[in-house]
Design a protein around this ligand. Structure first.
Ligand code: NDP
Ligand code: HSE
Length: 452
């Protein structure tokens, strides 16, 4: 059978990896796919660099629309990135009846509803394994491997840059900015690293996973997003002393009143969708995922807790996921569109309207660090506020004043771990505690996930 012809838009880090791996493993891939898969046309702004990367046998153009217009191209791979031209090109490729493969989580998390609807109308596939956790086949696991399950929650380290930064800060005591530069040099960070360090990239990815896990539309605008830029080195150290590591987690959790899901008395039904630094017990496997590696835990009612681990970024790891999508499409593109695996796992007319909960309704436990005057009654006042609001304390750690501030210091750090409580109630407690004259600085609050 004639090889399937692929057009590649953007041959940068992931695009070049995709071209190289496809070339290197073409025989093996052909045996798996049932026919050859060839990139026959490439579009990139830098045509000289692109031509040098692919050799003389492949047509290189500057205008991506020329690839979409080529009637011989069956699949278009979009590896440009961003919401701008990439969105137009993806929609135009769909309109032209081409299947699309993309690694562009930003695009799908924000415009996924429009893009998947267009693909559904045209009967083409939009595949995006590479958009979440790079080389880890987490989309396939959620959409197909775990299809028997009612997914209850998932939690992942899904941004390599921030995990690398947190690991290096903890291990080597390095400064945040030094480690960020190294992450950029190594190619983990996005073109604009703000997306990584402010949690936006992780929120794009967890938004996509939440849609597939729970059969809800992609709703990036409803996600709570908090990055690692405000995290202090002392909190990483205190967490360690209490038996925890701090990780930037993307969390999606189903909270409904039935017996099979996580709930908390009197709280409304919905989906928690959030990204923020979290204390994780050091004994959990995921707490030991270091450097730029990614890992995702998924808990299903039948299977229990599962864990997926691997490289979440980089040229060839990400290419591995892009090519897996190419093979899937090659196998399935002649199948009746209605029989294919739906883009978001659930049939488009069977999506759930379970709402994404506002952060004030989220239930979790907390690490609090209060800088307080070292004098009698301070602890009693703080714990009194928590008790009045029904917030249960799990552990308290108080450092000697001179250990924190040096000899003669009159203030110290008070660390409190709480049990699960509703975020809105915790906000009230923080407001009241902050007003105490003996609380000397803004209280640090980091959420805590036991992931048991
Ligand atoms: P790069 O910036 O390395 O590559 C993008 C390429 O697209 C560049 O060669 C760029 O050319 C080219 N380009 C820009 N505009 C156009 C255009 N209008 N027409 C044709 N080509 C164009 O990005 P990455 O390979 O790192 O990322 C690609 C996508 O994959 C992004 O969506 C990213 O989020 C995602 N991703 C990346 C991962 C990684 O490890 N890098 C991991 C997982 C996902 P020029 O350089 O001349 O501007
Ligand atoms: N910037 C991303 C990360 C790349 O650091 O994980 C992979 O999506």
């Amino acid at each position: 059978m004639k090889a399937i012809q692929v057009g590649l838009l953007g041959i940068g880090t992931v695009g070049s990896g995709t071209f190289n791996v496809l070339q290197r493993n073409q025989e093996e891939i052909k045996r798996r796919a049932g026919r050859g898969i060839e990139i026959t046309m490439v579009a990139d702004l830098d045509t000289a660099r692109a031509q040098a990367a692919v050799g003389a046998g492949v047509q290189v153009v500057a205008d991506a629309r020329a690839v979409i217009a080529n009637p011989h191209i069956d699949i278009v791979i979009e590896l440009i990135g961003g919401y701008g031209i990439a969105k137009q090109l993806v929609l135009e490729a769909i309109e032209a009846g081409k299947h699309v493969v993309t690694a562009n989580k930003a695009l799908l998390a924000v415009h996924g509803t429009e893009i998947f609807a267009a693909a559904h109308r045209k009967g083409v596939m939009v595949a995006f394994e590479a958009a979440v956790a790079g080389g880890i086949p987490i989309i396939k696991a959620l959409r197909e491997g775990l299809t028997a399950n009612r997914i209850q929650w998932l939690a992942g380290i899904i941004n390599g840059t921030t995990n690398f930064i947190l690991s290096e800060m903890r291990d080597k005591g390095l400064d945040f900015n030094v480690v960020l530069k190294e992450a950029q040099r190594l190619g983990y960070a996005e073109a604009d690293p703000t997306f990584d360090i402010e949690g936006v990239d992780a929120a794009h990815k967890v938004t996509l996973m939440s849609a597939i896990a729970f059969g809800i539309p992609v709703q990036f605008d409803k996600a709570y997003v908090e990055g690692i830029t405000q995290l202090g080195a002392q909190d990483i150290k205190y967490a360690e002393q209490l038996g925890y590591r701090i990780k930037l987690l993307g969390i999606a959790k189903r909270r409904t009143g039935d017996a099979t899901t996580v709930t908390h008395k009197g709280t409304p039904d919905g989906i928690e969708l959030r990204v923020h630094p979290s204390l994780v017990p050091a004994k959990r496997l995921i707490a030991n995922v270091e450097g730029a590696m990614n890992a995702v835990m998924v808990h299903g009612d039948a299977v229990g807790t599962t864990l997926y681990y691997g490289k979440g970024a980089g040229s060839e790891p990400t290419a591995s996921a892009v090519i897996a999508d190419l093979v899937d499409i090659t196998r399935l593109h002649t199948a009746d569109a209605a029989q294919r695996v739906p883009h978001l796992a659930f049939q488009p007319d069977a999506m759930s309207d379970l709402r994404v909960l506002p952060m004030s309704e989220v239930v979790t436990s907390y690490y609090l660090r209060l800088s307080v005057s070292d004098q009698p009654g301070v602890l009693a006042k703080v714990t009194g506020i928590l008790a009045d609001l029904g917030i249960s304390i799990d552990a308290v750690l108080q450092r000697e004043a001179d250990e924190v501030g040096g000899e003669g210091a009159t203030s110290t750090d008070l660390i409190i771990l709480t049990h699960d409580t509703v975020e809105g109630t915790m906000n009230q407690a923080l407001t009241q505690m902050q007003m105490l004259p003996t609380v000397l600085a803004p209280i640090v609050r980091i959420r805590k996930e036991e992931l048991a």
